[in-house]
Design a protein around this ligand. Structure first.
Ligand SMILES: Cc1cc2nc3c(=O)[nH]c(=O)nc-3n(C[C@H](O)[C@H](O)[C@H](O)COP(=O)(O)O)c2cc1C
Length: 123
């Protein structure tokens, strides 16, 4: 059985394309090793991410992400068990400032969720 987490958070300070690129490069490498797949969306200094994989790997990653100083106010949107991966081919798909017309159903619903969060929040 796999575990899938979805959360939202706020960047502690605005992240440059270079710092996001670095984060993604390391994350994808680690995710491949740890059999984690998922999707990360970044928009207006907010993140929304889904990650999934074997329970022990998801537990470990959740603990790391929770104490990562690059973001704060992490809110778990769902935490569920699943027999199948939603993103079998993505070590960590990424969308930056996605357009509201992005035609992927999952991306669309994640953007809607992101847009329903308050726009600004103090650290
Ligand atoms: C928004 C956000 C998403 C992240 N996603 C992942 C991820 O999918 N996989 C990953 O290994 N690290 C991810 N990280 C980085 C982890 O928080 C942590 O820095 C990383 O696992 C390295 O930990 P270690 O060097 O202590 O092993 C993310 C960080 C942030 C801020």
């Amino acid at each position: 059985m796999l575990r899938q987490i979805m959360y939202s958070s706020y960047a502690t300070s605005p992240m440059s394309p270079t710092s996001i690129e670095l984060l993604l490069r390391k994350a994808r490498r680690a995710n491949e090793t740890n059999e984690i797949t998922g999707l990360l969306i970044h928009s207006k200094s907010r993140f929304i991410q889904i990650f999934e994989g074997p329970s022990h790997a998801v537990n470990d990653l959740l603990r790391k992400i929770e104490c990562d100083p690059r973001h704060h106010s992490m809110k778990i949107i769902h935490d569920r068990r699943s027999a199948f991966r939603a993103f079998p081919d993505w070590e960590m798909g990424f969308e930056d400032n996605p357009s509201p017309t992005a035609n992927d159903v999952v991306v669309q619903s994640m953007i809607r969720m992101l847009n329903s969060l308050p726009v600004a929040k103090a650290a």
